[in-house]
Design a binder for this molecule. Structure first.
Ligand code: ADP
Length: 476
């Protein structure tokens, strides 16, 4: 059995701001069938501590980056958790990354450096009678684990994997923090964690981990380009032989239209009509001739939802409707609230998991016009619920949707609509295509059946992660 410690800043169902948490929560369970025991090290935010009242204290760590800390062990919904309880770092109300001002917590470098330091400590000293063979870190918050592992003499003893869920976040800190972050100043170089004169926790992990993965094959290729690499394309090209793209899956029990307790369940595209009627009722939308399009998303520049605002008249003109659930940038929230005044547009600002299920079930189509999208989960939920994805041709959106091209339609394999480049003009064309397809009920139903039949579970990808771990260990 391969023993792996997953090092991550959020993990569903305990604490979630995006897809990273879904992956962190689902992967350990999926790996059980593949000879891997994965434990998960997470920060002890209030929402984590509250959900784990039966946690057992297994180690005390005096003076961890400015205060006392403890490691707790707990099991939540089958997840084998190690929780880093450190009140001075994590016991704060509100967003886990952002202060009430909307800016990063000023001590984010220390908060996640501490997580990495503890990961390395566990790898070197063991805990609870257990030692991992592999440390598997996610995004910049786990990037410094390789530095501490090296400093503790662990090079070659413990394998390391870094997964990039989103390269937009670099984990930057000022070099004046070198000492405070317990980093070796000799490694503050181009070959180490120096990035344009600053410390980058992400770069540390990307340079030093044995293997790198990202969450789709297309994003793996994109990361090596100037357009998508966000300053790391050189690093990614340098590490190309150690990089693989492994698609995310989804939890097909939580996201199952036949059993979902949040919706009027259905097994076939035809059965979906009840869920659509219920969603229209709930959101106060009238009957319509065109498709009811849904969006469930963070409202940020990445997601391209500013483009959707501009292309919205096209959809409405064709008799379509829009229902959006999201939160994020104040500007986009305000603009969508304004758009929501139209009788065929319903906007819900906030984060609402049950409503996201009802939207997924009730929508005819799900729109994901992202400028970049490492994998994307909502198009996968859409496929599972027979809710046709209309997506930008980028990252995981390119890998998971089969565009309704004339050829794909002729051979009956299409599952959605893709558009490129990510501009208002091509989104406008995509919405027109979507409406044309919707108007042809035979074709639409065929696409829905294909979508619902597509495998979106974790099985194949969990097998690939397990093989990756084994590969590292045989080469060690
Ligand atoms: P990202 O990680 O970039 O936000 P993903 O598509 O990978 O994008 O994952 C987003 C996850 O967060 C999905 O599970 C989606 O359903 C969920 N989500 C996003 N916004 C909301 C919201 N307002 N309410 C409920 N769930 C949301």
């Amino acid at each position: 059995m391969t023993q792996v410690l997953s090092v991550v800043s959020e993990c569903a169902p305990l604490v979630k701001t995006g897809g990273l948490a879904d992956v962190a929560g689902a992967l350990p369970l999926a790996l059980m069938d593949h000879g891997v025991r994965m434990r998960t090290l997470v920060p002890g935010y209030p929402q984590v501590i509250q959900r784990t009242d039966k946690a057992k204290v297994i180690l005390s760590l005096p003076d961890l980056f400015g205060g006392d800390a403890r490691i707790l062990a707990a099991n939540v919904g089958g997840l084998d958790l190690l929780i880093l309880e450190a009140a001075h770092l994590y016991n704060r109300a509100g967003n886990i990354y952002l202060a009430p001002s909307g800016k990063d917590w000023p001590d984010n470098p220390e908060r996640f450096a501490a997580l990495c330091w503890v990961a390395a400590f566990i790898a070197m000293n063991g805990i609870d009678g257990w030692r991992p063979d592999i440390l598997h870190g996610h995004d910049w918050q786990a990037g410094l684990m390789t530095e501490y592992l090296t400093a503790m003499g662990g090079t070659g003893q413990v394998g390391t994997v870094m997964t990039i869920h989103n390269i937009a976040f670099h984990g930057i800190a000022d070099p004046s923090k070198l000492d405070k972050l317990r980093l070796n100043p000799a490694r503050f170089t181009q070959d180490g964690f120096e990035f344009w004169g600053k410390i980058s926790a992400l770069k540390a992990g990307l340079m030093a981990a044995d293997r790198l993965t990202t969450v789709s094959p297309t994003y793996a290729e994109e990361l090596m380009t100037d357009q998508f690499g966000m300053g790391f394309d050189g690093v990614m090209r340098f590490r190309r032989d150690d990089l693989s793209g492994i698609l995310n899956g989804i939890d097909t029990d939580t996201w199952n239209p036949a059993t979902d307790p949040n919706i009027q369940t259905y097994k076939t595209p035809r059965g979906k009509a009840k869920a659509t009627a219920a969603l229209r009722d709930e959101l106060g939308l009238p009957q319509a001739d065109g498709p009811l399009c849904v969006v469930v998303s963070r409202l940020t520049e990445q997601k391209g939802l500013d483009l959707l605002l501009e292309a919205l008249p096209t959809l409405l003109h064709r008799g379509g409707q829009l229902a959006l659930l999201g939160s994020g940038s104040a500007q986009l929230e305000a603009a969508y609230k304004e758009a929501g005044k139209h009788p065929n547009v319903a906007v819900r600002i906030g984060y609402d998991e049950p409503l996201s299920h009802r939207m997924m079930a009730g929508g005819d189509a799900i729109l994901v016009p992202s400028r970049f999208e490492p994998c994307g989960l909502t198009q996968l939920y859409g496929l599972r619920y027979g809710t046709i994805p209309c997506v930008a041709l980028t990252g995981g959106l390119a890998d998971t949707v089969i565009n309704a091209s004339p050829m794909a339609l002729a051979s009956g394999v299409a599952t959605g609509v893709q558009f490129s480049p990510v501009t208002v003009g091509s989104l406008h064309n995509a919405l027109n295509r979507l409406c044309d397809l919707y108007a042809d009920s035979g074709t639409w139903e065929r696409m829905q059946r294909n979508a619902m039949a597509q495998a979106v579970d974790w099985g194949p990808s969990a097998a690939r992660y397990a093989a990756l771990y084994r590969d590292i260990l045989t080469k060690a």
